[in-house]
Design a protein around this ligand. Structure first.
Ligand SMILES: [Zn+2]
Length: 326
């Protein structure tokens, strides 16, 4: 049997409570993969791992936070012991460790294995959620037909407030690379010139897309005449693009209009996310002097070309695309 690195990690995570330094190292590897940041810390991740590890509904990327997930995995052992599940390991522990005593009252001793000590330590977390034993066992008052790591993880983690914009970024259909970029825009974590100036890295704040504008997230995506023209042209078949005065009113309008499951909502948010991503890409190519698209209509054509290619992947999208491509 062959196992890749991720499978090995998942296996160990499901079996043992991993040391903090191991979990920290795994976070660093994931950060490196996600942002291209160095483990030596030379380049900082634009978003903290605690934010990345939040569910999408709470403003994160939906990656499980390893520490709590690991705990939820290991709690399965405790659950199986309390449920008296039929396995060789449970039978062995019942006979040689529990010996007919109450599992909640057993203390670890000097000869207890590291694994057994960690399982016993999980009682601190489980105590507030578990009731009963054997067939009357419940988690938060509910019988689990089968132990669910996801259910348990959700009940032992500390939740954050939900955000209303997650569905315009991550509601299907979405294009990962574009949604990821707009996620950074929503969090104001893109390196606009106002941020660079506040860090002392530039003293030139002018917008490279329009004359006279000063570059910030709000300007670039809500006030800039170049960007406005891109939104207007790309979305002309499905809405009349308003004159926004700031990013928060812009985002609120998009959420109210396109967070549902109707075809216009799906197509509206997909095109909106693509517009934001293309505007940022155009801004970067101009800043770094690689090449530039001369006017908003040309950028709109580029957006629609990618949209057309993407839409050809499914019949539902093809039908939706015919509305805006006609
Ligand atoms: Zn501008």
């Amino acid at each position: 049997m062959e196992m890749d690195g991720s499978s090995v990690f998942q296996y160990w995570m499901a079996v043992f409570l991993l040391p903090m330094r191991v979990l920290k190292s795994i976070e660093e590897v994931c950060n490196k993969f996600l942002w291209g940041v160095g483990v030596n810390g030379r380049k900082r991740a634009p978003v903290s791992w605690s934010r990345v590890a939040m569910p999408k509904m709470e403003g994160g990327l939906g990656i499980r936070d390893f520490k709590t997930w690991n705990k939820a995995c290991v709690l399965r052992h405790l659950w199986n012991l309390l449920a008296k599940a039929g396995s060789l390991w449970v039978a062995w522990i019942q006979k040689y460790r529990i010996k007919g005593n109450d599992l909640w009252g057993i203390a670890a001793n000097s000869v207890s294995s590291w694994v057994w000590k960690k399982v016993l330590k999980c009682r601190e977390v489980a105590h507030a959620h578990v009731n009963g034993t054997g067939s009357s066992l419940t988690w938060d008052g509910k019988k689990l037909v089968k132990y669910s790591v996801k259910t348990v993880w959700n009940s032992i983690r500390i939740p954050s407030s939900s955000v209303d914009w997650f569905s315009v970024l991550w509601g299907k259909p979405f294009i990962m690379k574009h949604s990821l970029l707009v996620w950074l825009v929503v969090l104001d974590r893109i390196t606009t010139k106002d941020h660079l100036a506040s860090w002392g890295l530039t003293d030139v704040n002018s917008c490279v897309l329009c004359p006279g504008g000063l570059e910030s997230r709000d300007h670039l995506f809500s006030l800039c005449s170049f960007s406005k023209a891109v939104f207007q042209v790309v979305l002309k078949k499905i809405c009349r693009w308003p004159d926004f005065t700031d990013w928060s009113s812009h985002l609120r309008w998009v959420v109210q209009r396109w967070s549902g499951t109707t075809s216009p909502a799906k197509i509206g948010r997909l095109l909106w996310v693509m517009c934001c991503a293309y505007i940022w890409r155009e801004r970067c190519t101009r800043v770094y002097g690689v090449k530039r698209i001369s006017d908003p209509s040309q950028l709109s054509v580029a957006v629609m070309q990618e949209f057309e290619i993407y839409a050809s992947s499914t019949i539902e999208l093809q039908k939706m695309a015919s509305v805006v491509m006609s």
